[in-house]
Design a binder for this molecule. Sequence first.
Ligand code: NDP
Length: 401
Amino acid sequence: MIRSVRSLTLLGATGSIGKSTLDVVARHPDRFRIHALTAHRNSERLISLCLRIAPRFAVVEGGDAAREVQRVFRAEGCRTEVLEGLQGLLQVATDPESDTVVAGIVGGAGLLPTLAAVQAGKRVLLANKEPLVMAGSLFMDAVRENGAELLPLDSEHNAVFQCLPGNFSRDGLTELGVRRILLTASGGPFRDLPVETLSAVTPDQACAHPNWSMGRKISVDSATMMNKGLELIEACRLFGLPGSRVEVVVHPQSVIHSMVEYVDGSVLAQLGNPDMRTPIAHALDYPARIESGVEPLDLFRVGRLDFQAADQDRFPCLRLAYEALAEGGGACIALNAANEVAVDAFLQGRLGFTDIAGLIADTVEGFGACPVSSVDDVLLADREARRLAGSLLDALVGGHA
Ligand code: NDP
């Protein structure tokens, strides 16, 4: 069968997901063409990618970053057109010349471009979980109404996707005999550290994940287990199950990427080396399977697979995510916004590791309930929650300044 060449827009090309995606794509020059690459401020990396790949468009934040990219392109005779800021992101996310959008921006900044790609009916490969946490049912309704194809890149959700029958519908998992989703978690770098030492851990320690190589924000999220909390919410939204039917299982080897338990007692798992190129390759050419460059899994070297329950006292962020999911309304938006503010403050050395959960809890509690029935409501709630988290942060760290 001859398959048409896919034309890709890569949102967040300069990040970790961007790097892994470009690695897989480079192995299949006959299958994929890069239409657009986007960055935020890392103009140096964007320039080097564009000089090598020559996409039709490059997007970068306006101002100095954009001027620098344009200057180098002119000097090098590179014909890639430079677009700026959110307008540029929206343009490339919806461009009819591209059929597939990889959502690899970090945080809530990915919401509007990713949603725009969905509304344009694209195949969307979703790594950026925060939009789904923030806009939940609005996002999933947009997928259905616009005939978009949403394929999860997060390794856990991609694993669940692979363990479900090919024709599953998000409203029909119970009819298919699915009892639960078992979401695996490595437990991050601090799984076995004495709890009383956690308050002193540094950003570099938090970013040194034992199994996965990722961007700094998601690495800190993994260390607090808020990443698993966001993934729990993501799983409920993607697969249409309540939080009570998604269990987090700590599995330190990160070889099983998640499991689906059926009513007959079967548990299906997807295994592989912890390398994002596997889920990326799976989704890029789905349903075809393509080489990803990932080493075959050597089960004899792995030797054993361990499992334990997630300790919500050690990792209060996970409990906060379950609670926000149950509360609904704006609670998940506040959770996500406060987490972004707290992680940023931790990475800047302004907030201690164990204060992250407290700041999130206080923000969600102070934010209260709010109706969310449109994207404008989401954006407003996000802004308000960030403002509240920012002022709580100032009050908290002001005393230490
Ligand atoms: P990185 O920090 O490595 O990369 C983030 C990308 O987003 C960069 O290209 C960055 O540009 C861009 N970006 C940052 N802020 C903005 C903004 N305001 N507007 C536009 N673009 C922006 O993150 P990761 O690749 O690790 O993660 C990306 C997403 O994928 C996250 O949501 C994460 O949770 C999810 N994910 C990541 C996994 C991984 O293995 N890394 C695994 C599963 C999910 P610049 O470089 O210019 O700052």
